[in-house]
Design a protein around this ligand. Structure first.
Ligand SMILES: [Zn+2]
Length: 344
C-alpha cells in the first residue's frame, strides 16, 4: 500500500508552501556562479552543499537563514531564475507532485539590477516550460517581505499584472517577531479589492496573535505554518470552524527551531481535530528534503496513516489558489489517482 502511495509513476500530491529560492539544486548554483564569474569557497557539489544546505539537525533560525544570505547573491540573474523555476518542475514531478505553488520575493531577486518585471517573467517562463516538459501544474505566489513594507504595493501591482500568466496570489514572509502585520495592511486591502488570493506566514516562530492579525488585519485566506495556534484555544476553534487552510511543514519547523520535536509537533493535533492541514517542504534544498520525505516522516514519526496523508493532499487541492474551474479539474484528476476506476 505504502509503495503504491509513493509510486514514482503517480502524480498524487499537491504542495502549497514552497519557496522558489529555497529550492535550487547545488549543481545549478555551481553552474551559475561559474558563468557569472562569482568566486565560491569550493568547486564541488559536495563542498558547496555545506554552504547552501543546513545540517539535518540544525535547530536555529539564524543558521537556517544564513544559507540564504550566502546564495541569494548568486542567483540575481534572469537566466538562472528561469532555470531554477524549470528545474523545480522536474524535481516536483519526480516525487509525484501533480500541482504546486512556488513563492518568491521579486525584489529580493532583483537586488543586482534586474527589473522586478523581468524576475517575475523569468519565473513564469521557467514554470511554463517546466509544466509542459514534466506534466506538472505550477503557479506562482509573490511574497511581500515583513521588513520592507515599502515593497508591498509593488508586489500587489505585479501580481495583478501577471495574474493571467500564472501568478495566483500574494504572501507575506520574513521576520514576524519584529515587523507587524499593520505595516502591510494597505497593500493587503488593495490585493483583496483586486480579487487576489492572500496567504501570510504567521504563528511559525511568532505568537498566536500574529495569526489573528493575519486573518483580521490582512484578510489572509491561508496561513503559512500557524503552529502557535495551539496557544490560543479561542482562535483555534475559529480556525477550525472557518476551515482556514494551514500550510504546515515538518523538517523546516524543526530546523528553524519553531517546533522542538516531531513528537509534540502541533500538526498532530491539527490533523486529529480535522483542521484544514496540508504538508509542504518550505525550502527543500536548504533542508535537504523533498515532499516525499515529509510525507514519509508523517507516517513514521507522527503516527499518521495513508488516509491522513490522502486527506492532506485533498485539503491542499481544495485550498489552492487556482480559479474554481481549474481547482475542480485538479480535484477530479486526484480522485482518479486515488480511486480504482470502478468506483468512479
Ligand atoms: Zn515559508
Amino acid at each position: 500500500m505504502i509503495t503504491q502511495w509513493f509510486g514514482t509513476r503517480r502524480k498524487n500530491k499537491v504542495e502549497l508552501h514552497l519557496h522558489l529560492d529555497g529550492a535550487v539544486r547545488v549543481e545549478t548554483f555551481l553552474d551559475v556562479a561559474r558563468r557569472r564569474g562569482i568566486e565560491l569557497p569550493t568547486r564541488t557539489p559536495e563542498g558547496l552543499a555545506r554552504y547552501v544546505r543546513v545540517a539535518h539537525d540544525c535547530r536555529s533560525l539564524t543558521q537556517f537563514l544564513a544559507t540564504f544570505d550566502f546564495f541569494i547573491p548568486i542567483i540575481q540573474d534572469g537566466e538562472a531564475i528561469e532555470r531554477i523555476a524549470y528545474e523545480l518542475c522536474e524535481d516536483q514531478a519526480r516525487v509525484g507532485v501533480r500541482y504546486f505553488e512556488a513563492r518568491f520575493s521579486p525584489q529580493l531577486l532583483a537586488r543586482d539590477g534586474l527589473a522586478v518585471e523581468e524576475v517575475v517573467e523569468r519565473v513564469l517562463v521557467g514554470l511554463e516550460r517546466g509544466q509542459r516538459a514534466f506534466e506538472v501544474g505550477a503557479r506562482a505566489i509573490l511574497c511581500c517581505m515583513r521588513h520592507r513594507p515599502d515593497w508591498s504595493m509593488e508586489v500587489v501591482r505585479l501580481a495583478v499584472r501577471y495574474r493571467e500568466h500564472g501568478v495566483v496570489g500574494i504572501d507575506l514572509a520574513g521576520d514576524e517577531s519584529r515587523f507587524g502585520a499593520e505595516l502591510h495592511a494597505e497593500a493587503y486591502r488593495a490585493a483583496r479589492e483586486m480579487g487576489l488570493h492572500r496567504t501570510v506566514h504567521a504563528g511559525e516562530a511568532g505568537p498566536a496573535h500574529n495569526i489573528r492579525e493575519a486573518l483580521d488585519l490582512l484578510g489572509a485566506e491561508r496561513i503559512g505554518h500557524g503552529y502557535r495556534l495551539v496557544d490560543d484555544e479561542e482562535l483555534y476553534a475559529r480556525v477550525r470552524e472557518e476551515d482556514i487552510p494551514l500550510e504546515c511543514c515538518l523538517t523546516s519547523s524543526l530546523q528553524t527551531g519553531s517546533v522542538p520535536d516531531l513528537a509534540t509537533h502541533p500538526v498532530r493535533r491539527f490533523v486529529l481535530d480535522g483542521l484544514n492541514v496540508s504538508l509542504s517542504t518550505d525550502d527543500p534544498s536548504v533542508s535537504g528534503i523533498d515532499l516525499e520525505h515529509e510525507y514519509r516522516l508523517a507516517l513514521s514519526d507522527l503516527g499518521f496513516g495513508l488516509a491522513d496523508l490522502t486527506r492532506m493532499v485533498f485539503n491542499a487541492a481544495r485550498s489552492s489558489f487556482l480559479p474554481p474551474a481549474e481547482q475542480r479539474r485538479l480535484i477530479a484528476e486526484l480522485k482518479r489517482e486515488y480511486l480504482p476506476p470502478d468506483v468512479l
